[in-house]
Design a protein. Structure first.
Lengths: 84, 195
C-alpha cells in the first residue's frame, strides 16, 4: 500500500497497514483479518470487545474496567456494531 | 477535464470537509469550534456537513482516522525499508509532524472530548504502541534493548512527545516542535531503553 493512505477496520478500528491484514487478504473488505474467521465472516461482538479491551490494556496500561468501557464506546461508533 | 460523477463529487466534498477540519483544528480549539464555522471555512452550507457526518463526533472520528491511516502508511513504508526500531520511531515522528497542530489540540483537549472520540484516539495509539513494540520485541530478544513491558515502553515514548508538544511555545515558539526536538527525543528515548 505504498504511497496510499491506509484504511481502518470497520469492526475494531485498527488502521490496516498491509493488504494481507484485510479479511481474506482482500483490500476491498471492510474488516481486518483479526475480526473475521477463515471464511471472512465477522466474529461475534463479544470476541471483538474482549480483543479491543486487551489491546487497550497491553498497549497503554489502561485499567481493565476503563479499557472495557473504552472498547464499548469505540465499538458503538464502528460500522460493524453501531446498529447493534 | 472529466466531469465528476455524483459518487466522486460526494467523496470530494467529504475529503474537503476532513481537510478543512484538519486545517482549522491545527490552529484553534477543537471543543470551541462548531460545525457552522467549519462549513464557513469549507465554503459549503451548514447542512452539507451533516449529509457527510451525521454528528460532530463523526467528523472528529474521520479526522482521527485520517491521522491513523496516514501513520499506518508511514509505518508500512518504514517496514519496507527495514530500518528497525529507529525507522519506526522516525515514521511516527514524520506523521506527527504532518499532523502536529491538530494532534497537539487532540492531546491537550482529550480529557474534555466526548468518550467516543477519546476511545477512537486511544485505539490509534494502541495500534502505534503495537507497531513499535513489534519492532522493539525483536531487539529485546537479541538483548539489545531492556526487557520492558509494552505499555511502559510506549507510555515513556509518548509522554516525552506529548510533554514537548503540549508546551511547545516554551521550547521553540511558533516553530514545529517535532522539527526542533524530535531527533533529540528519539536519541534520548533510545538511551533510556538500550542495554
Amino acid at each position: 500500500m505504498a504511497n496510499n493512505k491506509c484504511k481502518s477496520c470497520g469492526s475494531c478500528g485498527f488502521p490496516i497497514e498491509q493488504p494481507e491484514d484485510f479479511a481474506l487478504g482482500n483490500i476491498v473488505s471492510l474488516y481486518c483479518r483479526y475480526c473475521t474467521d477463515e471464511q471472512g465472516r465477522l466474529l461475534p461482538y463479544e470476541k471483538i470487545l474482549q480483543a479491543n479491551t486487551q489491546f487497550y490494556i497491553d498497549s497503554q496500561g489502561i485499567s481493565a474496567d476503563a479499557a472495557e468501557n473504552m472498547a464499548k464506546d469505540l465499538l458503538a461508533t464502528m460500522p460493524a456494531w453501531e446498529r447493534r | 477535464m472529466k466531469a465528476l460523477n455524483r459518487k466522486e463529487q460526494k467523496e470530494q466534498t467529504r475529503q474537503k470537509l476532513i481537510a478543512t477540519s484538519l486545517r482549522v483544528f491545527a490552529t484553534q480549539n477543537i471543543s470551541a469550534t462548531n460545525t457552522a464555522e467549519l462549513a464557513k471555512y469549507a465554503k459549503v452550507s451548514h447542512g452539507t456537513i451533516f449529509l457527510h457526518f451525521p454528528t460532530r463526533d463523526d467528523l472528529l472520528f474521520a479526522v482521527i482516522d485520517e491521522f491513523g491511516n496516514q501513520l499506518a502508511a508511514s509505518f508500512d513504508e518504514a517496514a519496507r525499508t527495514s530500518k528497525g526500531v529507529i525507522g519506526i520511531l522516525k515514521a511516527h515522528l514524520k506523521t506527527l509532524k504532518e499532523f502536529e497542530g491538530v494532534y497537539t489540540h487532540l492531546v491537550i483537549e482529550l480529557p474534555h472530548l466526548p468518550r467516543k472520540v477519546r476511545s477512537r484516539f486511544f485505539i490509534v495509539q494502541a495500534a502505534i504502541s503495537h507497531r513499535i513494540y513489534t519492532e522493539i520485541e525483536q531487539e529485546i530478544k537479541l538483548g539489545k534493548i531492556k526487557n520492558i513491558e509494552q505499555h511502559k515502553l510506549f507510555n515513556t515514548w509518548i509522554a516525552l512527545l506529548h510533554y514537548y508538544m503540549a508546551n511547545k511555545e516554551l521550547f521553540c515558539g511558533k516553530q514545529s516542535i517535532i522539527s526542533s526536538v524530535g531527533n533529540e527525543l528519539l536519541k534520548h528515548f533510545l538511551t533510556l531503553i538500550k542495554r
